[in-house]
Design a protein around this ligand. Structure first.
Ligand code: FE
Length: 185
């Protein structure tokens, strides 16, 4: 159990250099940028961890990064959440699970949001169900992790900057350790 954080760091070191689905950054850079945005905004440790790990599903599965070009939704948010809930509390796993739903929510409720999305993200939005209906929005707002998921999503969308400088993944080891089920809860 004490090796979970080491294993996550190794996973990103070994598999995080793949392209982040058509974006200008790697999976590792994307994760570090999202976590750094969270940290700079003074987010709680759980939300920093969720930001770092929200896309871990992409490096856990074996589908090619251009799966959306073939009309395949990789359901990476479910994969991430199932992995995360084994080791962390709901405050880490649920915002990760909901980060695609948060995109669908923002696409429906924030008029400027679609303009901020990158082309690959707009392409995957269609596969993910498109903008939320009114009924879906009402239900989503009732989710206890609604606010964290939307916040994570905003950092997620910013985390595609080839110029951004971040700390290395090792700098987040203490945050991850503090969020582990065994030590924190
Ligand atoms: Fe992401």
């Amino acid at each position: 159990m004490e090796n979970v954080v080491d294993n996550i760091i190794t996973l990103f070191r070994e598999r995080g250099h793949s392209a982040y689905g058509g974006e200008a950054v790697s999976q590792l850079e994307h994760a570090l940028q999202a976590a750094t945005h969270a940290q700079q905004k003074g987010a709680a440790a759980n939300l920093i961890a969720a930001s770092l790990l929200h896309d871990v599903g992409h490096i856990l599965h074996e589908l090619p990064f251009d799966a959306p070009d073939k009309g395949i939704d990789d359901l990476h948010e479910e994969l991430a959440a199932r992995f995360l809930e084994k080791h962390f509390g709901a405050a880490v796993s649920e915002p990760a699970r909901l980060h695609v739903e948060a995109k669908r929510y923002l696409a429906a409720t924030d008029p400027g949001y679609l303009e901020l999305l990158s082309p690959p993200s707009i392409q995957s939005l269609a596969l993910q169900g498109g903008p939320m209906s009114e009924e879906e929005q009402v239900e989503f707002r009732l989710n206890p992790f609604f606010a964290d998921a939307v916040q994570l999503r905003i950092w997620d969308d910013l985390a595609k900057d080839p110029e951004m400088v971040t700390p290395p993944i090792e700098a987040f080891a203490d945050v991850l350790t503090a969020c582990l089920k065994t030590s924190a809860n």
